[in-house]
Write a protein that binds this ligand. Structure first.
Ligand SMILES: [Fe+2]
Ligand SMILES: [Fe+2]
Length: 136
């Protein structure tokens, strides 16, 4: 199955984090496809959640330290996804793999859109902010 290709946001740290998240999502597809021992799926969902949380936290830290004007809007999108992925973790705990799979598909589609638009807007601002800091 062909899934969204990672879109660069031209900030290596964030590109690397997006790549790690996509890899964990891919691992979850595989765990689900393998018929998933309940424990495997749970463990992989847990890793995915940790990576998502760490990544959202780094973007939010960067936006705050550069006074990004659309911070609230961007963070709200992260919050919505945090909630969905918490549901995903809960479903994995009870072995509801059909719902885990649905939420995974939803997450991947969201990540492609969010990265391609909102993260890119943010990173353009961040790069400009850095340049101005260096020049002053
Ligand atoms: Fe991101
Ligand atoms: Fe983001």
């Amino acid at each position: 199955m062909k899934r969204n290709k990672p879109q660069s946001v031209y900030i290596p740290k964030l590109d690397a984090e997006h790549g790690t998240i996509r890899q964990a999502a891919e691992d979850l597809h595989q765990a689900l496809a393998a018929g998933g021992e309940k424990g495997d799926v749970r463990a992989v969902v847990h890793v995915l959640m940790q990576q998502i949380n760490a990544h959202f936290a780094s973007e939010e830290r960067m936006m705050r330290s550069s006074a990004y004007p659309s911070y609230d809007w961007h963070k709200r999108q992260h919050d919505t996804m945090r909630k969905r992925m918490q549901e995903c973790e809960g479903r994995a705990d009870v072995g509801d793999h059909a719902r885990v799979s649905e939420l995974l598909e939803f997450f991947e589609a969201w990540l492609g859109d969010h990265t391609g638009l909102h993260d890119r807007m943010m990173s353009a601002y961040l790069r400009n902010f850095e340049r101005e800091q260096r020049a002053s």
